[in-house]
Design a protein around this ligand. Sequence first.
Ligand SMILES: Nc1ncnc2c1ncn2[C@@H]1O[C@H](COP(=O)(O)OP(=O)(O)OP(=O)(O)O)[C@@H](O)[C@H]1O
Ligand SMILES: CC(=O)C(=O)O
Ligand SMILES: [K+]
Ligand SMILES: [Mg+2]
Length: 472
Amino acid sequence: MTRRAKIVCTLGPSTSSPERIRALVRAGMDVARLNFSHGEHAQHQRVYEHVRAAADAEGRAVGILADLQGPKIRLGRFAEGPQMWATGETVRITTEDVAGTHDRVSTTYQGLADDVRAGESLLVDDGNVALEVTEVEGRDVVCRVVEGGRVSDNKGISLPGTAVSVPAMSEKDEADLRFALGLRVDMIALSFVRSPADAELVHKIMDEYECRLPVIAKIEKPEAVDALEAIVLAFDAIMVARGDLGVELALEDVPLVQKRAVQIARENAKPVIVATQMLESMIHNFRPTRAEASDVANAVLDGADAVMLSGETSVGDYPIETVQTMSRIVEAVEVGPASVPAIQHVPRTQRGVVTTAARDIGERLNARALVAFTRSGDTVRRLARLHTRLPVLAFTPVPAIRSQLSLSWGIETFLVPWEETTDAMIARVDASILQIGRFAPGELVVIVAGSPPGQAGKTNLLRVHRLGEDTR
Ligand SMILES: Nc1ncnc2c1ncn2[C@@H]1O[C@H](COP(=O)(O)OP(=O)(O)OP(=O)(O)O)[C@@H](O)[C@H]1O
Ligand SMILES: CC(=O)C(=O)O
Ligand SMILES: [K+]
Ligand SMILES: [Mg+2]
């Protein structure tokens, strides 16, 4: 059996060439993440085109995710490259637009000097460097370095314990979103989501383009953890963004937040990505630590749809090997005896009931696959959350849905022409499955779909079907 949990790869300087991107696709990248916290639009556009070309050349569905920076407070640029801030030194972070030096560097957040007080702590680069505010002098925040380390352009600054007043989408985020919609990416991620209402800001801009793409809420603020279920309902998917989560919250809270977030997402049939530092040591090493291998395995066992690579593939020395390694770890867990937790509620929606029944029938009859014909992808997401051992084949006439389903656990998606009638649809699915070559005439599959095919949102057909059999 092939790998079921999906792999998201952040693209960056290590993986910008057409050859590297093609190799990533071959190694198993299911979703490419364009991180709008870094890089220029022109770079993202080139990478976008390389991903589409590589996916076509390899005949694989690869989704493209645009990750918006969101209201993250960042350092500006250093005129002379990365700097070492030694413990005990004094450094200044200013809201003036200056070329950064060792002693004084700008920040993207104009309100910083107003929001912080002496004695508060600032954490740079996911907590790798810790500062304590000693005083605020006009537009400069004067800090003592408490934990020294290396700092460089655009590194993030967290203010644990300070409720900052930044808006959910900056001007840059809006411009990046418009650019990403123009590129025709497949999904958008919004960073530092604090409230379910944050989704509306993204939707409003999408509506100008008449283009509603799935929006992923990145869970990385205490406010989001507190409103988890409402955020899952308001968004189309979530990402457990453990990098910022681990500095915004106590580090030791991250593992249980991860488990709770994964389960809530699954109960609501929304895809969930577990992200950050999964194989971190592979940025510079050929092999991961055993702890990292276990982390990937445990995210799969929690029931994540996808696991994500960040620096490992964007700036790492072994991007292709990292994807291969992650893929092997996932496969090893999936063939093993351990299983993910069951869905805890009994589904009551028509789609929920029909898809659960399809799973039960398919597993008990030892069918070869569950098959869905879908226009919105929702039926398929309800099958995905069940984590059945049976292959799940999704057929859709909508190319964008095929790309979106690249994020959902265990789903293989195929494009088929639109069919007007139920009979024609079943005949089409039948022929397509036989064409794949893995299944033989006479084998059993369970089909779910809406009938007649025109009505979106109506999953009402469940059919036990022998491949090759005339259905009329
Ligand atoms: N396109 C790029 N150009 C220059 N440096 C980059 C680029 N992409 C990533 N980097 C560097 O590599 C590091 C890891 O990249 P990645 O995109 O995985 O960031 P991240 O940690 O997920 O996100 P963020 O920096 O937004 O918190 C970044 O912090 C940055 O220093
Ligand atoms: C992915 C991300 O933004 C984080 O882990 O913080
Ligand atoms: K980002
Ligand atoms: Mg983050």
